[in-house]
Design a protein around this ligand. Structure first.
Ligand code: AMP
Ligand code: MN
Ligand code: MN
Ligand code: MN
Length: 284
């Protein structure tokens, strides 16, 4: 299959920290000309059946998806899994464990915010949560925007929710090896999400790509909503250097918050192997 495909293989619904339902996302993707779509909620497969059914009713090709939170050398890294069997026990159990600490973490985040005078953040964030198993920093950000503490979610992250800030609570997610194994065992393809977003040194980034590859990881996001045009080139080169297939996805969360719309990114550079070539037998 060609690189010139309007594939959008990364976005979020109310089942994690998006604001649209799987059906609304499917309609929006289809309306924007998406030809191959995947819903990739954080640490959750709960929206997959609805997403696949909605895509099918629109005649849009679909790949199952998930975005797994990983801790790698002290930082959070996201690994996307595409084409997974959504009932595979290793993946289902692994995701359940990964989601496990979120509620406790949210209480601690709320305590941290209370110490700087922001009260009731746990209950406030909960109002924005579509899935009680998946309270995320994004839900806290929406609460702080609603109460007027900040103008937009980006500002909340900068002032309150990132390392060293009052609402930040360090958390240990899945290991890189486990996340790649769960995806691979479930018949899917593991892909490094938005690599330019991490604060790694060149050596640390090299270690991430090398270890990911050694564990059986097969792809990297090259064209994604949080990459600049220069970063498309950087990670196209990384894909070639490490022999990884390339993915494309907006990481769309919400019409009000996301600056990249579903299905509107540039095409993948044509000298890369698109992930959908490797995944052709998994497309529904
Ligand atoms: P969590 O998994 O609870 O740590 O939340 C991570 C989510 O927060 C990411 O998937 C993004 O949706 C969102 N996020 C992280 N950093 C920012 C930022 N600077 N601005 C807006 N949203 C962010
Ligand atoms: Mn998110
Ligand atoms: Mn991510
Ligand atoms: Mn994402």
């Amino acid at each position: 299959m060609t690189a010139l495909l309007n594939a959008d293989l990364h976005c979020h619904s109310v089942v994690s920290d998006g604001t649209l339902t799987p059906e609304e996302l499917a309609l929006r993707a289809h309306g924007n000309g998406v030809q191959l779509w995947a819903l990739t909620d954080h640490d959750e497969l709960g929206g997959q059946e609805r997403a696949a059914a909605a895509a099918k009713s629109l005649g849009m090709a679909y790949l199952t998806g998930v975005e797994i939170s990983v801790t790698f050398i002290g930082q959070t890294v996201h690994i996307v899994g595409l084409g997974v069997d959504t009932s595979h026990p290793a993946l289902v159990d692994g995701l359940r464990q990964t989601r496990g600490g979120r509620e406790q973490r949210a209480h601690e985040m709320s305590d941290g915010l209370a110490r700087v005078g922001i009260r009731g953040a746990f209950e406030g964030a909960l109002k924005f949560v579509g899935n009680p198993d998946l309270i995320s920093r994004t839900h806290f950000a929406r609460f702080l925007v609603e109460t007027g503490v900040c103008k937009e979610t980006n500002e909340v992250f900068r002032k309150f929710l990132t390392e060293g800030k009052p609402g930040f609570v360090p958390h240990r997610w899945a290991s890189l090896q486990n996340a790649v194994d769960w995806i691979t065992q479930a018949g899917g393809m593991a892909i490094i999400a938005h690599p330019a977003r991490y604060r790694f040194t060149a050596n640390e980034e090299f270690a991430l790509f090398t270890e990911f590859k050694a564990h059986g990881g097969l792809g990297v996001e090259v064209v994604t909503g949080s990459h600049s045009a220069a970063e498309y080139i950087t990670y196209a080169e990384a894909a070639r250097e490490f022999g990884l297939a390339a993915s494309r996805g907006s990481d769309f969360h919400s019409p009000a918050e996301s600056h990249t719309e579903l299905g509107t990114l540039p095409f993948l550079p044509s000298n890369l192997t698109p992930v959908w070539e490797t995944l052709s037998s998994r497309i529904q």
